[in-house]
Design a protein around this ligand. Structure first.
Ligand SMILES: NC(=O)c1ccc[n+]([C@@H]2O[C@H](COP(=O)([O-])OP(=O)(O)OC[C@H]3O[C@@H](n4cnc5c(N)ncnc54)[C@H](OP(=O)(O)O)[C@@H]3O)[C@@H](O)[C@H]2O)c1
Length: 287
């Protein structure tokens, strides 16, 4: 039986990126829908649920994407609530690449640093990638500092992520407004992940030089200026004076592998939901 992936995109135009990856993940047929909302999704999900029955349901799956991660989360909730009993198909959510990118960043770090008890700082830890990176680090037992331009936003993320924290993990909000405050936020940090908006430098060279305990630095912003001074977007496990550095494309290779593996895995059964934790688990088998 042919594998059908139903792409539900919250943007008016379904993402070409996600469509290309679906083709490269050996999907036989791709049905793409744009502008999908929780209000309009039910008939699309019913079309997936009520066509193929029993074990054949595993040959249909749903991918939720789009540039607005909150909208993707709302769509995932509605899709999940539309299923009942065994009448369901597997679902993956990766709006704006948030889950696959965060998984690739944290798994890249884990190759070089034991994460339980590690002092980790997520710069711009309030965006889609940053929140998920902080979640995964906390689930690994790291001591996570979440930085933002707003202490309220950083605190809200920390409060929300407590439920994912493993034993020994901590989540602490920071809102460094000056170079001295940023230096204080960076003191003792072994791992920094910069998850800021494209083209924004978050860690300048002078502050980076003060980070004596730094072992791993990861920046997912490819657009100059990049998020961490001195990192090239092509860096992949490059040793810079004892600090292992990854830039956006250095992380991107693993991210693409995780995305494709997750799409392929959707067709192994009809009841899987791949969100942040599920996508990370798939990444663990690849990193
Ligand atoms: N390498 C890959 O494969 C890949 C895949 C997807 C995304 N990305 C990249 O990953 C990064 C994060 O993505 P995202 O969607 O999470 O980013 P985002 O939502 O655009 O921004 C993340 C955070 O950056 C902070 N920010 C925004 N403008 C800022 C400014 N002018 N100065 C300082 N901070 C600012 C904001 O935090 P506060 O307002 O709380 O300060 C925001 O929550 C982006 O650079 C994106 O291009 C890479």
């Amino acid at each position: 039986m042919k594998n059908i992936l139903i792409q539900l995109d919250t943007d008016p135009q379904p993402s070409v990126f996600d469509r290309v990856v679906a083709v490269d993940s050996d999907v036989d047929h791709l049905f793409s829908y744009g502008g999908v909302t929780p209000e309009t999704v039910e008939p699309l999900v019913h079309g997936a649920m009520f066509t193929r029955g029993g074990a054949d349901l595993a040959h249909t799956a749903i991918f939720i994407g789009g540039s607005n991660v909150k909208a993707g989360e709302a769509l995932l909730a509605k899709v999940s609530n539309t299923f009942f009993g065994p009448v369901r198909v597997s679902v993956m959510m990766d709006s704006n690449g948030s889950n696959t990118t965060a998984a690739a960043a944290v798994l890249s770090a884990r190759k070089h640093l034991p994460l339980p008890g590690a002092e980790a700082l997520v710069l711009a830890g309030t965006g889609p990638v940053g929140v998920r990176a902080a979640q995964l680090l906390a689930a690994e037992g790291a001591r996570v500092r979440v930085a933002s331009r707003s202490l309220d936003r950083a605190r809200a993320v920390c409060d929300d992520l407590q439920k994912h924290a493993a034993a020994g993990a901590t989540l602490t909000p920071y809102a460094p407004a000056t170079s001295a405050e940023l230096q204080a936020a960076c003191a003792g940090v072994q791992l920094v992940i910069a998850a800021g908006a494209a083209g924004v430098e978050l860690l300048p060279a002078d502050v980076r030089q003060t980070m004596r305990d730094l072992k791993v630095a990861i920046d997912v912003n490819a657009v100059p200026p990049v998020g961490i001074a001195g990192i090239s977007s092509r860096d992949k496990a490059v040793d810079q004076a004892g600090v292992i550095c990854y830039g956006a494309f250095g992380v991107g290779g693993l991210k693409m592998k995780i995305h494709k593996a997750a799409v392929r895995k959707l067709f192994e059964s009809n009841s899987q939901v791949f969100d942040t934790a599920g996508i990370y688990q798939i990444g663990e088998t690849l990193a």
